[in-house]
Write a protein that binds this ligand. Structure first.
Ligand SMILES: [Zn+2]
Length: 91
């Protein structure tokens, strides 16, 4: 069974403070994340192996954006998002 069968996917945004490397302006950016929430119950038709895998899974989210556009009107450059962990586990 594919891993994604054990999760419910949805997109979400979270505010994150980023620092533009060009103009050094710090601002808050809404970054897009794919939220993968572990299902409350096992899907139907799983075998023992899938059951064991499911037990080890945890909900997590993956950062979708890898670039942001500077909010400073005089800069407006696109820069790489760094210093943000691209995978975050939820409890
Ligand atoms: Zn900038």
């Amino acid at each position: 069974m594919e891993e994604r069968a054990f999760f419910r996917e949805s997109e979400t945004t979270k505010p994150m403070t980023l620092n533009c490397p060009f103009c050094r302006t710090t601002d808050t950016y809404d970054l897009r994340w794919m939220l993968r929430k572990k299902l409350d119950q096992l899907p139907r038709g799983v075998d023992e192996r899938d059951r064991a895998r499911f037990a080890k899974f945890a909900s997590y989210m993956v950062l979708l954006d890898d670039k942001a556009m500077c909010k400073n009107m005089r800069c407006r450059k696109r820069f790489e998002i760094t210093g943000v962990q691209s995978v975050a586990f939820l409890d």
